[in-house]
Every structure is written in C-alpha cells, then in structure tokens.
Design a protein. Structure first.
Length: 89
C-alpha cells in the first residue's frame, strides 16, 4: 500500500464517519435550539426537562435514520472489502 492509497483510505473513512454522524448532530443541534427557546419563552428552567426532551429527540432521530445509516456503512464495508487486494499489495 502506497502512502497515497493510505491517505485516500483514511479520507474515505473520515468522510463516511462524517456523513453518518451529520444527521444525528443536526437533530441534536436543532432540538437543542428549539427546546432552549421554549424554555426561555415559558421561563421553565428545569434541566431535566430539557435533557429528557433532547434525549427523546435524539432517540427518535436515531430510529428514523438507522436504516439509512446501516445501508451506508454496509455499502462502505462492501466497497472496502471488494478492494482489499488493492490494499494488501
């Protein structure tokens, strides 16, 4: 394996991790902003209220995006193992 091939493999791996994490990070960001705004408007500053809602939003997002995430990681793994002979030399 040449240095360029190793860099390309690491780049592909990091991009796959980025695309897998992006939907959950976006859901966490948006739900955090919305819940904080609701807490500010209602003057209800209970930390467990915000934490529980954020956790519920994250869990719902995880359940909704799980099939897509699984198909992406399976596709990446199949492509990686398909080119395994290229990396072994």
């Amino acid at each position: 394996m040449t240095q360029a091939m190793a860099i390309d493999l690491i780049r592909q791996t990091l991009m796959a991790a980025f695309w897998l994490a992006l939907p959950l990070l976006a859901i966490g960001f948006v739900s955090g902003i919305v819940i904080s705004l609701v807490q500010i408007v209602t003057s209800f500053q209970d930390p467990s209220f915000g934490g529980a809602l954020r956790l519920a939003a994250f869990l719902c997002g995880l359940l909704l995006t799980m099939p897509w995430m699984l198909s992406r990681i399976v596709h990446f793994t199949i492509r990686l193992f398909g080119d395994l002979s290229r990396y072994a030399s």
